[in-house]
Write a protein that binds this ligand. Structure first.
Ligand code: ACO
Length: 334
């Protein structure tokens, strides 16, 4: 069996910065409420008419990751794209990356696991590398939320949280003893309706929604039971981290860097306190980008690497929780 490791990271966010004050001009909200509850100061939202999409952002992040890894697109064996906001109902976005980067006709897989999507994608990549099937895999998380959220006061409980962006990593066969030690994945579908976008779907096709012609229709906007999500998130984040540490006979004191899914700064701070980690042991950038779902961990990881906050030999822990519910962790020796 081989070991896999991240050899390059990259990210891309749209230029358009939307501050909390900007939001207060279009809905009944304010900077104090948003910062106090979520830690978010601003987020990036694709500008209407810019032509940017989940796939274009994923392609830009991928180019940056390939450059950082110093590897050619032609050396990539497989593409994995995690997103809840693909450009099309079908086909998935992985094939768009293959085309946009002019890659050989390699396999492309889409992962639909929302905020945990990048953790699931890393786990899949790890298995392919371990078995020797592939040597270099491009793993991407990309999300275009701003086009599909309710930007009125009705939707303020959700719309202020989410941002657009993409992050990518190159996962390759390790040539030393660094790399992924283990990955851990979980789900609990009984909570599927607690963080959901119901329509359009095969249970409620677009023609049905159009036929109802109901201006108060909300099924095609995300719905979240915020407090229930929060309560489950803090428990599951902790479990996933502990499970990863125990599987490798490690203790929380040995964590050099925790990169949590950027769901809410309050969740990250709760976990930091629970695990008694210092500020330099947890990386957060939700203040600048909001919650970018499957993109949040690879964006944060790329920024942490660019800021030299992760050094060779560090024990790095990735953890996420989100819609499904799904949650999980990745434990790596950098
Ligand atoms: N601005 C101002 N007021 C607001 C806003 C807003 N943007 N949103 C809601 N409010 C109001 C509500 O209407 C409510 O008013 P009321 O008391 O008069 O009825 C009040 O603020 C409190 O609302 P709550 O929803 O109870 O606020 P809460 O303290 O629970 O905070 C939040 C909401 C921030 C969403 C919190 O529940 C949370 O962070 N939950 C976790 C979210 C999360 O982590 N999601 C990650 C997963 S995302 C994914 O997987 C795709």
């Amino acid at each position: 069996m081989y070991q896999s490791k991240i050899i390059g990271t990259g990210f891309y966010v749209p230029d358009n910065i939307v501050t909390n004050d900007d939001l207060s001009k279009i809905m009944d909200t304010n900077d104090a409420w948003i910062q106090e509850r979520t830690g978010i100061k601003e987020r990036r939202w694709i500008k209407d008419g810019s032509g940017e999409t989940t796939a274009t952002m994923a392609a830009e992040a991928s180019k940056n990751a390939l450059k950082n890894a110093n590897i050619s697109k032609d050396d990539i064996d497989f593409i994995i794209l995690a997103t809840l906001s693909p450009d099309y109902y079908f086909p998935g976005g992985g094939v768009q990356i293959q085309d946009m980067l002019d890659m050989p006709t390699i396999g492309a897989l889409d992962i639909r696991n929302q905020c945990s999507g990048f953790i699931y994608a890393m786990s899949v990549a790890d298995q392919f590398i371990k078995t020797g099937m592939y040597k270099n895999i491009l793993v991407i998380g990309s999300e275009y939320h701003s086009g599909g959220i309710d930007k009125t006061t009705r939707g303020r409980g959700i719309s202020v949280l989410f941002g657009d962006g993409a992050g990518a990593v190159v996962v390759s066969r390790s040539d030393d003893d660094s790399g992924i030690l283990s990955t851990h994945l979980h789900s609990e579908g009984k909570f599927a309706d607690k963080l959901i976008m119901e329509g359009p779907s095969t249970k409620d096709w677009v023609p049905n929604i159009i036929a109802r012609n109901n201006p108060d229709e909300e099924t095609y906007f995300p719905h979240m039971d915020g407090q229930l999500v929060f309560k489950n998130a803090v428990v599951r984040f902790s479990e996933a981290i502990n499970e990863g540490l125990e599987a490798n006979n490690l203790t929380k004191e040995q964590i050099d860097m925790l990169v949590p899914h950027q769901a809410n700064l309050r969740i990250s701070q709760f976990i930091q306190k629970k695990f008694r980690l210092n500020d330099d042991q947890v990386f957060n950038n939700i203040m600048k980008y909001g919650n970018t779902t499957a993109a949040s961990i690879p964006i944060a990881l790329a920024e942490a690497v660019a800021q030299n906050k992760i050094k060779k030999g560090d024990l790095v822990v990735l953890a996420a929780f989100g819609s499904g519910f799904t949650w999980g962790s990745v434990i790596m020796r950098w």
